[in-house]
Design a protein around this ligand. Structure first.
Ligand SMILES: Cc1cc2nc3c(=O)[nH]c(=O)nc-3n(C[C@H](O)[C@H](O)[C@H](O)COP(=O)(O)OP(=O)(O)OC[C@H]3O[C@@H](n4cnc5c(N)ncnc54)[C@H](O)[C@@H]3O)c2cc1C
Ligand code: SF4
Length: 317
């Protein structure tokens, strides 16, 4: 591990201001469950860590609009267990519990979970080219082993997927991300605009500007309906999704659908939402329109259709 300096921030605005002194080489550390692994492998080599764990951003509070504001430091375990989340946002609770392990969820935070890096095996192998790790070096995955990688939204620079289960549920709920910038200005970013596709800059993963700090994530008022999160993976636990599906279905057959494991961001398509009432095949075709699988990951298209079929059947009891 490379040497680094360390300090504790006393407020969100101070955290952003501290990072702004050297944004390229500073990192916020929350639960550390992703960042520390990346530092040990020298994929991330920050010169300065800003510990944000002392900030009082660990509350889940009602919003004036009837939703919930989830502090950036709310641990995944606490969010999944919250009575209001379990009752009104079941898809979120279930997605969280499908991720990682009990110990990891006890440390992992809401903001850290959104910002966890890809699990592309080549990103983790510092001996091989990776445009996301070292911009301009090339992508080892495109002609390499791509079984777990993207079938939608990829580019000729990167076909990584986003690994978060929680983010898929946040996408189906239309969550918004609240931030503060180094000059103290705050803003709210709809999750639909938060994640970027890789394009020519796969190392730029979100709409956050340098040193911008996440303070909270809000979810709108409850949608009602049946909430299901279905995750398909190689092992029954402690594994990332090959494909996952988050669905909120109403009694009249209308609903919302987002998918994980398919792209650089949680994948949601308005036409797939609209097609949910028309059955599995139509919804899957709308969701997967424009897919460009490799020979190794084309199975994800079939798996996604079957996952949608399974959740629709489950919702109908
Ligand atoms: C073995 C293993 C299995 C796992 N399995 C799964 C799984 O199945 N599904 C799943 O979804 N996840 C899984 N994870 C990932 C886990 O959920 C993430 O590591 C965790 O959510 C990251 O949260 P953290 O608070 O520890 O983030 P950290 O590691 O502290 O930070 C992650 C990133 O977020 C940045 N950051 C943190 N807080 C803020 C903030 N407030 N504002 C701006 N930037 C911030 C940090 O600078 C860093 O870049 C697994 C992890 C491990 C190690
Ligand atoms: S798919 Fe993306 S993360 Fe994986 S090797 Fe290629 S550039 Fe790197």
């Amino acid at each position: 591990m490379k040497p680094f300096s360390y300090e504790r921030a006393r407020s969100p605005a101070e955290a952003a201001a501290l990072a702004a002194k050297a944004p390229a080489t500073s990192r916020f550390i929350a639960g550390g469950t992703n960042l520390l692994d990346l530092m040990k492998l020298q994929i991330e080599t920050p010169a300065h860590l800003i510990d944000v764990n002392g900030l009082s951003l660990d509350k889940i509070e009602p919003t004036a609009a009837g939703g919930l504001r989830i502090g950036a430091l709310v641990r995944n375990t606490d969010l999944a267990a919250d009575e209001r989340v379990r009752r009104d946002y079941g898809v979120l609770s279930r997605a969280l519990l499908a991720g990682a392990s009990g110990q990891l969820r006890n440390r992992a935070t809401t903001a850290g979970n959104l910002l966890q890096r890809t699990r592309c095996a080549y990103f983790y192998d510092v001996n091989l080219p990776c445009n996301k790790r070292t911009p301009g070096s090339g992508c080892s995955a495109i002609k390499g082993f791509s079984r777990s990688l993207a079938v939608l939204g990829g580019s000729d620079m990167c076909i990584a997927t986003h690994p978060s289960d929680m983010a898929v549920a946040m996408r189906v709920l239309d969550a918004e991300i609240e931030t503060v910038r180094p000059d103290g200005r705050t803003r709210t970013i709809p999750i639909a605009d938060f994640y970027r596709l890789p394009g020519n800059t796969p190392h730029v993963e979100t709409a956050l500007t340098p040193a911008e700090f996440i303070t909270a994530v809000t979810v709108p008022r409850p949608l009602g309906g049946t909430h299901i999160y279905k995750k398909i993976r190689d092992r029954a636990s402690y594994a990332f999704a090959l494909v996952s599906v988050a669905v909120v279905l109403q009694r009249d057959g209308t609903g919302r659908l987002a998918a994980g494991g398919l792209a650089h961001k949680p994948w949601r398509v308005a036409a797939a939402d609209a097609a949910l009432g028309s059955g599995t095949k139509t919804a899957a075709e709308a969701l997967l329109a424009g897919a460009k699988p490799t020979t190794e990951n084309a199975f994800k298209l079939v798996l996604t259709e079957r996952a949608i079929g399974a959740v629709l059947a489950q919702a109908k009891g």
